[in-house]
Design a protein around this ligand. Structure first.
Ligand code: ADP
Ligand code: MG
Length: 256
């Protein structure tokens, strides 16, 4: 148990399923927080580097990435002030982590230790996890104070939900992430159909007593268009109706 509240909220956007909006929401919630005056660091922990790309960088051209910090304990390479946020980028080098860290001592704390010296500079650190339950996700969760779960409101999203909750539970029980708390579940890519409603209801029931479920973020092609332009939605289309939902989530993160 911590005796004092941590100053910096370190939030992993996590779901072992791909395509649920982890990367999109890391960038957009980060921007929303930054607009409200919060100091935000985004950390790309996915070797696929979607967040790095969404933020306008070419991963293969980068010499210094999160990979060196995780694998060789180099200081975090931080790129400053991209859409009012800082970014630790990744590239495919990070995909060696599973093999390179297989027999490493105290690997679980590699990201936590890398973040520690810079954490006081930020109000929020948002970690974009890969769509796996492998070592990179474990490192991310161990470094985090909170977990935020983007989920599609589709039937297939239930497949793996037990696995996801089981993994978190195990980390909490094992003591490696005993302070890890839920920041909530974000139903994303929501369709206002009968099925969408039904699944939303079921998700809310599944998480009742475990985590709060935010109002759903609608499926809106503008999210994908904005990412392709390397922009958060708030800059791409400042009047888009989905921004209201992002603001609601942001406010709730501010009161964690
Ligand atoms: N609310 C949304 N509406 C429409 N498209 C979305 C939405 N959220 C994410 N997307 C798109 O869905 C795809 C997967 O999103 P992404 O954030 O990369 O998911 P993940 O990181 O979980 O794999 C991307 O092409 C993204 O632009
Ligand atoms: Mg992603």
């Amino acid at each position: 148990m911590r005796s004092t509240q941590p100053v910096t909220n370190v939030i992993s956007l996590f779901n072992q399923a791909g395509g649920t909006g982890k990367t999109t929401l890391a960038m957009n919630l980060g921007y929303s927080l930054a607009q409200r005056g919060q100091r935000v660091l985004l950390v790309d922990m996915d070797p696929q580097s979607s967040l790095t790309v969404f933020m306008g960088l070419q991963p293969h051209e980068l010499e210094d990435t999160i990979a060196q910090s995780i694998l060789d304990r180099a200081p975090l390479p931080i790129l400053h002030d991209i859409h009012q946020m800082d970014l630790v980028p990744s590239n495919l080098t990070l995909s060696a982590a599973d093999v390179r860290l297989a027999t490493a001592i105290s690997k679980e704390t590699r990201l936590k230790k890398a973040l520690a010296p810079v954490e006081p500079n930020y109000d929020f650190v948002l970690i974009d996890c890969p769509p796996t339950l492998g070592v990179l996700s474990i490192l991310s969760l161990v470094a985090s104070t909170h977990i935020l779960i983007p989920m599609q409101t589709q039937y297939k999203s239930f497949v793996g939900l037990d696995l996801l909750l089981g993994t978190i539970n195990e980390l909490q029980q094992e003591g490696v992430a005993s302070d890890l708390k839920f920041a909530g579940v974000i139903p994303n890519l929501h369709d206002r159909t009968a099925q969408g409603k039904e699944i939303l209801q079921a998700v809310t029931e599944q998480f009742s007593g475990v985590a709060s479920v935010f109002p759903p973020i609608p499926r809106a092609v503008a999210f994908a268009d904005a990412s392709m332009q390397h922009l958060p939605l708030g800059l791409y289309d400042p009047k888009h109706p989905a921004l209201a939902v992002l603001t609601a989530v942001t406010q709730s993160l501010e009161s964690l």
